[in-house]
Design a protein around this ligand. Structure first.
Ligand code: SF4
Length: 241
């Protein structure tokens, strides 16, 4: 069985021998999951967060989650600027957190993160799901989710190609409820289709999920109570009708 975390670490290790700061297009499902991924990967990449989630229902929920994503990126950038010491001084490349000892974060400073948010457009998701009643009634974690992952990863692969990013990946594997092997399989498929590199990931490893909870608390992030689509909202509330 593949260990996607180790595969990612191996890729990150290879970056150390390259000149310049590599670029990553990061599909983000929500601010809480992205908090850990940004904290981890902004040391290695210049990141563009791609907030594209047409699965989310209703629009007010979409706007709320998107707003939290933008706020998080802004606050992380501001904190990184305040806390990163002495670019060019290897001994001074530290990250400082309130209430924590100074922590060495590696040979690279934290890089500034950018974010872009797609307009609300549930049609792309509904057009796929409404074609097949089995997808509408599938439980969370079933066939509908595979379609949902592919829609968002395909968008990320296309955006990575168009923007000339070195690689792309997704925050979706932070959640212990999501199928990491399936997400990686789809990521690799769409990467081949678009001729870009998918960064393998299983972000829940190494306490990634736990760290996302801590960071969410630290930044006061809104944590949604259902995955995103109308079906998951009903499932969560017990209204299967
Ligand atoms: S449950 Fe979540 S992953 Fe599955 S289709 Fe709905 S929004 Fe997408």
């Amino acid at each position: 069985m593949r260990n996607y975390q180790l595969e990612m670490e191996s890729y990150l290790e290879q970056l150390r021998s390259r000149d310049g700061v590599p670029t990553l297009l990061l599909h983000s499902c929500c601010a809480p999951c992205s908090s850990y991924v940004l904290d981890y990967l902004a040391k290695f990449f210049r990141i563009m967060v791609d907030y594209y989630n047409p699965n989310i229902f209703p629009q007010a929920e979409y706007e709320r989650r998107a707003g939290e994503q933008v706020r998080l990126v802004g606050e992380m950038n501001a904190r990184a600027k305040r806390n990163t010491v002495g670019a060019g001084d290897v001994d001074a490349k530290y990250e400082r957190r309130a209430g924590e000892q100074v922590r060495l974060v590696g040979e690279m400073n934290l890089n500034e993160v950018s974010v872009r948010v797609a307009d609300y457009g549930p049609g792309a998701f509904l057009d796929l799901v409404n074609q097949n009643q089995e997808l509408e009634i599938a439980p969370e974690g079933g066939a509908r989710c595979a379609v949902c992952f592919r829609l968002r990863l395909e968008h990320a692969a296309r955006a990575a190609k168009e923007g000339g990013y070195g690689c792309f990946t997704t925050t979706l594997t932070v959640s212990p409820h999501k199928n990491a092997p399936l997400i990686n399989e789809i990521g690799e498929e769409v990467a081949r289709e678009y001729g870009v590199t998918f960064l393998p990931c299983d972000f829940k490893k190494k306490d990634g999920y736990k760290r996302s909870l801590e960071l969410s608390k630290e930044y006061g992030l809104y944590r949604q109570v259902y995955c995103g689509c109308e079906y998951s909202m009903r499932e969560r509330s017990g209204d299967k009708a």
